[in-house]
Design a protein. Sequence first.
Length: 478
Amino acid sequence: MANTQIAAARAGRITEEMHRVAERENRDPEFVRERVADGQAVIPANRNHDALDPMIIGREFATKVNANIGNSETTSDLETELEKLHAAVHYGADTVMDLGTGSDLDDIRETHVDHSPVPLGTVPLYEAVKRAGSPEDLTTDLLLEVIEKQAEQGVDYMTIHAGILAEHLALTDGRKTGIVSRGGSIVAKWMEERGEQNPLFQVYDEICEIFAEHDVTFSLGDSLRPGSLADACDEAQYAELDTLGELTRRAWEYDVQVMVEGPGHVPMHRVAENVERQQEVCDGAPFYVLGPLVTDIAPGYDHITSAIGAAMAAQAGAAMLCYVTPKEHLGLPEEDDVREGLAAYRIAAHAGDVANERPGARDWDDALSEARYEFDWREQFRLALDPDRARDYHDQTLPGDNYKEARFCSMCGVDFCSMRIDQDARDVEDGEMTRLETKTDLESSSAAEVNLPPVGTHDSPSTVDADGESALEGASDD
Ligand code: SF4
């Protein structure tokens, strides 16, 4: 039997990792075990990833956010890559994918595994192509060698583009934007040049064996995701999805955990359809969506176009959202872009959790609203998704300490502050200062653990106050 989370769950055993994610999500460990056993949730936790604080991805748990980092041929160095990992975790990424294609890939990956408290994902195809020199020179042996090495290094999940088949290629002929997945375009070129079936599909059973040995989770790549609204939900996309459903079931036979990647560019009125179809075709395996972008017209603002789709996808049942930064389609993101992208996606994920009435999800909103109504500015900053941003914006017009007690801000000004006017009117009625009688106890909220940062070398800004103290009980870092 494989030594994986799903194998243990199927055998009725609750692992240490299941206990930990149950604690983080305020769930019963048996509930976690059941969801892992039936493939409805995954705990990406390679046995060689010692720095990991385990987390869970599944539609019945808090919606998670992934951040992509990685170098390219034009920008590359170890320290910068480590800073990007720090920034991603600091701004709240639940998982990080290293999509590097530049130099020092091995050193960077090992450093990432050593330092990352969140699961690390990769696309081994990229390293294989780099080593082969060109897509046409890839071999199945080289692919397996790279996948095995990365599994040994401690990578927790890998995108495997095994679902795009030779017979799907003709279905993309009428598309406006062809094949936009990097991995998909490489595999398509290989199949066309060689006249053979997808090499990753050919060796899929061998990949399952490697994953079973190291407990690597599949992230089945959507090579034929639409790259424009015009191509959304077309025959090519859904033909590949059918294959991903078959590959999901095959991986489960090996006791390997699976999540499935999704689009892309999808208009708002078809986002839920995408989630529902994936859930049906893939028997409830967690759906991990990129966006989707709900319009194509806003390069420079695609963290917004896509966060709209991501929020809708989360509400419809997507389990993890892959962030998009303002640099999407335009360039490699810098730290500020990572911050903007993660803020947009944490909002989308949280909005989805609130809409789905996840236990305690709205407590955070309520606590912040109470602080706002009581003009408790410091508490408002402390609870803000991005405390530094909230404090900086307030300080831009009202920097003095005395304004942290003020019953107005510069938005409406002292005479037109509606909350002050409202409070004063109530005070006249009641003859005393209005104060909220019951306040949300965030520390004992069932959402509190979800908002905590992973245990490790990072803290999430939403949980750290101005003095560097954790805002929520039990936060731990070093
Ligand atoms: S001035 Fe306007 S924005 Fe500022 S606290 Fe009062 S009501 Fe809110």
